[in-house]
Design a binder for this molecule. Sequence first.
Ligand code: PGA
Length: 244
Amino acid sequence: MTISPLIIANWKMHLTLKEAMAYAAKIEKILELQKSNKQLIIAPPSPFIASLGERFPKLQLCAQDLSIFDEDGPYTGEISAKILASCGAKYSLIGHSERREYFDETNVTIGKKVQNAIKHNITPIICIGESLECRQAGGFKDLLSYQIISSVPTNPIPKELIIAYEPLWSIGTGLVPSLDQIAEVFELILGHPHLKRLAKACRLVYGGSVNSKNYQNLLSIKDIGGLLIGSASLKEEEITKILN
Ligand code: PGA
């Protein structure tokens, strides 16, 4: 059985509700017309998840983050995994580098969020990646390894888990690692002793400056399960080609 590659569209903090609904309608048409062999997952701003889910029941929806708090409570501004699940989120990005950078998220925080997601049947998409300085200094494997150990729970074993390798130097920059560099990181992840019991549950995706020109090449990497796409996912022409 061949598994369809995941195309995870990270809309970040873009679009109004009206624009998001109109764009989703176009995407739904593309999916119908193309009979794409890829599985599209859309990560819109959280307030749009419920409306998108009601209007486009075939679209799979992903939150961009969820709260570290699991129980209902006085946490103004927070959105829990339970609330997101009740709105129709089936996946959630966790530990995206923009959250690590602008909201000081630590690996420990991320680990807790991953547990909350799993508890509410939301598949976590755990984002890991190194900065350029870290790669050049040569310590990137240790850093990635630490990110994995501290954020991936192994007890109980999650049913499904996605790890997104997104080097910081590639997000939004137009720089993409070589296929060998990505394959090297995938090998590190899959061979990591911490993930030994998780091998079957774990899918790997790559993210960072993916577009319609490089996606096919990237999808040829051994063990790749899909792509996490930011800016190109907001362009109709780009996403049409990528889903084709
Ligand atoms: P990009 O973003 O495709 O615009 O580089 C990827 C991401 O941040 O997930």
